[in-house]
Design a protein around this ligand. Sequence first.
Ligand SMILES: [Zn+2]
Length: 363
Amino acid sequence: MLMAAHTRSWRNAIKPVGTLTRRSEWVRELPKIELHLHLEGAMRPETVRELSVERLGWSGTLEPGWENSYYTYTDFSGFMAQLTPRFPGRADEYGRIARECIEDLAAQGVVYSEMSIDVPVREVGDDSFFWPVFEAMESERRAAQERLPIRINFIAGLMRTLPVEVAIYRTELAIAARDRGIAVVGIDLHGDERLGNTDSFAPAYRLAEANGLGLRAHAGEAVGPESMWSAINALGARRLVHGARAAEDPALVERLRLGDVTLEMCPTSNVRTASVPDLPSHPVRRFYDMGIPVTVNSDDPLPFFTNVERECRLLVDEFGFSRGELMNLMLTAANAAFLPASERQELAELLETSYDPRAREAV
Ligand SMILES: [Zn+2]
């Protein structure tokens, strides 16, 4: 019995994507920006273990290291099926995972992050869970900003697989939360791109735009270039998450070279969900060299076994990014952040002084 269980878990263990070397250790020290991070995918394994045992009623306990044999997905559908049962369920749980996530980001040198949350509303008119969750996260955000050198904002996620009316209602709540002083700065469209028609979510995007929220959408991950064209043209999104599959359409690549659409690329995530076959096939280096605005992100640290520091190191170790090139990616992130111009400028100045040794001497 023991032998069989051991063999199964060994077979299922997910190996790290790419190899880190000592060459990239310098990355750890430098300030970073992460624009694309799902709170629900950033839980600590130990926290899931505690919450699961306490509330979700698994038969038996989750053992330490459970994640190594639990995440066995090989594509996007499998990934979603394994991610969602581990979602938090109570407002205090959202608060706790927000606090821990911000602490983990600060420990990686992240100075600014926009954390996205699947808005916990599934029916029009029912905001009973929304306010406790967002108030809990906001309170942890403020407390964390007091004690850590980091700034956080929230992005409200709309789900492709729910009706458009729910997306519009979620957007209304995101605007109302922002108006009450909760740090919501944008909306996002996520979920499986093969389900739901991207164009049909345009009314939610027009509402967000008219009310000053930033516009972002997942596209070019599970579906090819057509999904990205829709996000750009129908939704008006100027930040696209992933975009790895843009490489399949030369016209789209030319469109991206205009420079007004930023890609929030997530190399490890794309390999793990089979959006690209392997790390060397990932277009992050090619797109950067072509002048397309590109940023680097972890997406969901827990199920992808990564974090933004590791993604930055992969760019150095596997794609040959230099310190100056990594700084350029971070400056692109600062420029694309859903922040007022003065705060984007502050971030840019911090990056320039920290990454460029000449700039540091001049200060
Ligand atoms: Zn994502």
